[in-house]
Design a protein around this ligand. Structure first.
Ligand code: FES
Length: 107
């Protein structure tokens, strides 16, 4: 199963094991990563699952749909070029070793 690393806003590194087919948000919330909420359960209405995707990891993520890009305008922490809503990133074997930075404020 793919191993993912979350870096919290406080700089803590948390390694978690993801299930293929789940989302990156699912893995973060299931493992109680600080700052990862996913309040809408992946329905793409809350933006509490915002992450900054490591540059090496970004190429292994499914590209964002138009509505995700629109929703990213409403994130509580600054939107950056590598911002994604983690509920829209399915976990695949190619994501093994991927790194996701949790923003300062997600809720
Ligand atoms: Fe709500 Fe991602 S969990 S938008």
């Amino acid at each position: 199963m793919p191993k993912l690393t979350f870096i919290t806003a406080q700089g803590e590194s948390r390694d978690v094991v993801g299930r293929v087919g789940d989302s990156v948000m699912d893995a973060g919330v299931r493992n109680v990563v600080p700052g990862m909420f996913g309040l809408c359960g992946g329905a793409l209405v809350c933006v509490t699952c915002h992450v900054y995707v490591d540059s090496d990891t970004l190429a292994h993520c499914a590209p964002p749909e138009e509505f995700e890009l629109e929703m990213l305008d409403g994130t509580m922490s600054e939107r950056l070029e590598n911002s994604r809503l983690s509920c829209q990133i399915p976990i695949t074997d190619e994501l093994d070793g991927g790194t996701f930075h949790v923003p300062e404020k997600n809720y």
